[in-house]
Design a protein around this ligand. Structure first.
Ligand SMILES: C[S@@+](CC[C@H](N)C(=O)[O-])C[C@H]1O[C@@H](n2cnc3c(N)ncnc32)[C@H](O)[C@@H]1O
Length: 426
């Protein structure tokens, strides 16, 4: 049973049971017996992403067409995946229905008549069902109700555009490594290869048709990195100077570590608690031809790894809910719970407390999340400021093409959602 639709159905079902999507892809792809080509793996990823993106609409369709809950989960999710393809895909409709009916025979032959009937009924009533799905918040916006309400509360005048952005396909943006290639030269190579692009900053270029990293010109030579425009603000905001002693305190996979080192010649320590993710930091630095002191240890109360020399600059890119990057981590939509945000807040505040003693007087610390909710952002900073009288909040100048409300960046067609706060030790 290694058909792409069946594997997507199995993975979607497991995500809805609470499992992490990246881990599921690894588990499902690792079996050499499955004979999955790279092309098939990409198809499975694309179909699963789309099914999870529109999950509430699709399950509304299914619930409207059946009288009682389908007991066989794989059959249920196969129908949902098929409905996604019939609604948003580009395969020939009747060939697809036949394929799905045949697949259902592999799962359990007793259900094939039912699957056939549901899908054909769906095709007959698709337009009517779409209208009805638009009448309910969850099936219209494809998020849990609590999430929709939360966005409405935080962004009363912009909530709908934010949700639509969160449901869109994410942009693919490259960061040009000026230590390897000039911006002009890289642009010329894109023009020569007939690649459509949009310039976003003096190092950021958005590629209009996303590609696999291996197919991106200059990627394997370290000339470019795939990084969202919103994440590329760090190096400028940190106000770095050559010779600075810098700590990247939550470094993996090293996206921002690389950017800092491409811009300035600093003495950088990259700290990361997760030993597997440290490998990624090293791989990325090697690919880019850059050097840092990479340490696999934790920012903590003890900070045993630290040589007692305080840092001029600290980047604290903390673990968070990822609510600003849902469209890239689509399982977040269905795995997050409304009380997760205070758990993250507690961890974020602790990390800030642990990083603060490592900063020099007059030094700057940049606090970053990829969250669009205040519990992890302004609330963390307010709580921190109440406890630390030697901290001052600095103004941040953002580029004009960043969509934001104060220091809260929200997702749009050019970038994901982030939060930035720059603190000075006085
Ligand atoms: C948001 S990610 C960082 C992304 C990274 N800055 C980049 O741009 O590629 C947060 C990272 O912090 C790490 N982390 C969490 N707690 C930590 C701690 N106490 N000390 C060091 N790293 C930690 C996580 O394992 C995770 O890799």
């Amino acid at each position: 049973m290694n058909n792409v639709l069946l594997i997507s159905a199995r993975i979607t079902s497991s995500v809805m049971d609470g499992k992490n999507l990246d881990k599921l892809f690894i588990e499902n792809f690792k079996d050499p017996q499955s004979n999955l080509t790279e092309n098939k793996k990409s198809q499975i990823k694309a179909i699963t992403f789309d099914t999870l993106r529109y999950f509430k609409t699709l399950s509304f369709f299914l619930d409207s067409l059946i009288k009682k809950e389908i007991q066989n989960k794989l059959i249920k999710y196969l129908i949902i995946v098929a409905m996604n393809q019939l609604t948003y895909g580009n395969k020939k409709i009747y060939a697809l229905v036949d394929e799905v009916v045949n697949l259902s025979k592999e799962v359990d032959a007793r259900h094939s008549g039912f699957v056939n009937a549901v899908l054909r009924n769906f095709l007959r009533n698709k337009e009517e069902l779409r209208k009805k799905a638009n009448e309910k918040l969850e099936s219209k916006y494809n998020f849990p109700l609590w999430w929709i309400k939360k966005i409405k509360d935080f962004y009363p005048n912009h909530w709908e555009e934010i949700i639509y952005s969160q449901n869109s396909h994410p942009p693919m943006t490259l960061r040009i490594n000026k230590k390897k290639i000039s911006y002009e030269k890289y642009k010329e190579s894109l023009i020569e290869a007939n690649i459509d692009f949009k310039e976003l900053s003096d190092v950021a270029i958005l590629i209009k048709t996303p590609k696999k990293v291996d197919d991106i010109i200059g990627f394997n030579d370290g000339c470019v990195t795939v990084q969202d425009l919103g994440a590329q603000l760090v190096a400028n905001i940190l106000d770095l100077k050559d010779g600075h002693h810098v700590l990247d305190a939550c470094a993996a996979p090293g996206g921002k570590t690389g950017h800092i080192l491409e811009m300035v010649n600093v003495n950088l320590t990259a700290l990361e608690i997760d030993s597997l993710r440290v490998i990624k930091v090293n791989e990325n630095l090697d690919r880019l031809g850059l050097k840092a002191k990479v340490i696999n240890d934790a920012l903590s109360m003890k900070n045993n790894w630290w040589d007692q020399k305080q840092f001029d600059r600290i980047l604290l890119d903390v673990p968070c809910s990822g609510s600003g990057v849902v469209r890239r981590n689509i399982d977040i939509k269905w795995l997050r719970r409304s009380d997760d945000f205070y758990k993250f807040q507690k961890e974020q505040l602790t990390l800030l407390d642990h990083a603060w003693p490592l900063l020099k007087k007059n030094g700057k610390l940049l606090y970053v999340t990829c969250s669009i909710f205040e519990e992890e952002n302004s609330q963390v900073i307010s709580l921190f400021m109440k406890k630390h009288s030697n901290a001052k909040i600095l103004n941040i100048e953002f580029p004009e093409n960043i969509k934001r409300f104060g220091k809260q960046i929200v997702p749009n067609e050019n970038h994901d959602g982030f939060y930035y706060e720059l603190l000075e030790k006085i």
